[in-house]
Design a protein around this ligand. Structure first.
Ligand SMILES: *[C@@H]1O[C@H](CO)[C@@H](O)[C@H](O)[C@H]1NC(C)=O
Ligand SMILES: *[C@@H]1O[C@H](CO)[C@@H](O)[C@H](O)[C@H]1NC(C)=O
Ligand SMILES: *[C@@H]1O[C@H](CO)[C@@H](O)[C@H](O)[C@H]1NC(C)=O
Ligand SMILES: *[C@@H]1O[C@H](CO)[C@@H](O)[C@H](O)[C@H]1NC(C)=O
Ligand SMILES: *[C@@H]1O[C@H](CO)[C@@H](O)[C@H](O)[C@H]1NC(C)=O
Ligand SMILES: *[C@@H]1O[C@H](CO)[C@@H](O)[C@H](O)[C@H]1NC(C)=O
Ligand SMILES: *[C@@H]1O[C@H](CO)[C@@H](O)[C@H](O)[C@H]1NC(C)=O
Ligand SMILES: *[C@@H]1O[C@H](CO)[C@@H](O)[C@H](O)[C@H]1NC(C)=O
Length: 249
């Protein structure tokens, strides 16, 4: 009886140390970012708060939605300013209530056009569908804005890869580099550029960033479940042994 209990104690000690290691790593990981990135030169202006999440829809000629997107968008732009005589870095949020969406849908491409009054911004996102593989992706991003004069675009991108009839989802912040001077940060993104049924998103395909985020709770949960199981088995074995002991006496 004692040996079994000792063994199970040792086993649960093992699970405990696994758990503490996991927890330690979790905290180490969350502690890391603020201490990193030492600034020696003049710090860039503080980035604005998280952008608000907007609902953007593109409709067909007959009024049915053919592209839907829910996301917060942040533009990260660097440009050379003649008046300041230097390269300026700016981070700007797209305000959903001041942004108008339009666009068009074809068989193998869908376009979302977002227009904001602020700096006469016009942001175009083009999604392409490969009918052979039934996969879509974000293939092009173009930005026109008065910054005082910014036009940056790239038609050979490969982001937000999803399957026809399903939506692509990424809760975590994602950075989509478009050109050296322009990148797009997405927040709490869900988008479906093809195969919408009614005004509803299809099943969501989660991005890798979100899956990595899910991993730590799963590991901790599994370790806890293992611990409970070991204690339970030890208890049951211990009880059985002591019963047997009484019977022989
Ligand atoms: C966006 O759409 C979702 C679901 O369709 C809805 O719950 C939410 O209220 C909408 N948000 C805005 C700002 O329209
Ligand atoms: C609207 O048009 C699309 C193609 O342009 C078609 O697939 C869809 O069935 C139409 N919906 C209705 C309600 O007519
Ligand atoms: C903007 O982009 C620059 C590099 O192009 C990067 O150093 C900076 O961290 C980015 N800022 C945000 C808020 O994404
Ligand atoms: C793009 O950024 C670089 C520095 O990163 C700058 O030298 C260049 O002038 C910028 N281009 C434009 C069009 O603003
Ligand atoms: C811009 O800065 C450079 C050095 O950084 C200087 O040589 C040049 O004269 C400046 N031009 C103007 C218009 O201030
Ligand atoms: C848009 O939203 C911002 C932030 O929520 C708010 O300050 C502003 O008043 C709103 N503007 C309009 C026209 O609704
Ligand atoms: C579409 O997918 C098929 C199969 O994965 C691939 O062979 C083909 O090159 C793709 N077409 C395009 C235009 O990317
Ligand atoms: C467009 O994006 C591709 C893939 O990310 C990159 O290799 C290419 O340099 C970009 N083109 C420009 C003009 O920035």
């Amino acid at each position: 009886g004692k040996e079994v209990v000792m063994l199970s104690l040792r086993l649960s000690g093992c699970v405990w140390s696994m758990l503490t290691v996991t927890l330690h790593q979790t905290f180490a990981a969350t502690d890391a970012p603020p201490t990193a990135a030492p600034q020696t030169t003049a710090p860039p202006p503080a980035p604005p708060a998280r952008p608000e999440r907007g609902n953007y829809t593109v409709t067909n000629g007959n009024g049915t939605a053919c592209l839907m997107a829910r996301m917060g968008l942040q533009l990260n732009v660097s440009f050379s300013s003649a008046s300041l005589n230097k390269t300026v870095l700016e981070v700007v949020n797209l305000q959903p209530n001041l942004t108008k969406s339009s666009g068009s849908c074809d068989l193998d491409s869908a376009t979302l056009l977002l227009k904001a009054d602020e700096r006469a911004t016009s942001l175009t996102l083009v999604f392409s569908l490969n009918a052979t593989s039934s996969k879509y992706h974000l293939s092009g991003v173009t930005l026109l804005a008065a910054w005082p004069d910014m036009h940056a675009g790239n038609r050979s991108l490969d982001y937000l890869r999803g399957t026809l009839g399903r939506s692509y989802m990424c809760r975590e912040e994602q950075t989509l580099a478009v050109t050296v001077n322009f990148s797009l940060n997405t927040f709490q993104l869900q988008v479906q550029p093809f195969g919408l049924k009614g005004d509803q998103f299809g099943a969501a395909e989660e991005c890798q960033l979100d899956e990595d985020d899910m991993l730590i709770p799963i590991i901790v949960g599994a370790a806890l479940a293992g611990l409970v199981l070991v204690v339970l088995v030890a208890y049951l074995i211990g009880r059985k042994r002591s019963h047997a002991g009484y019977q022989t006496i």
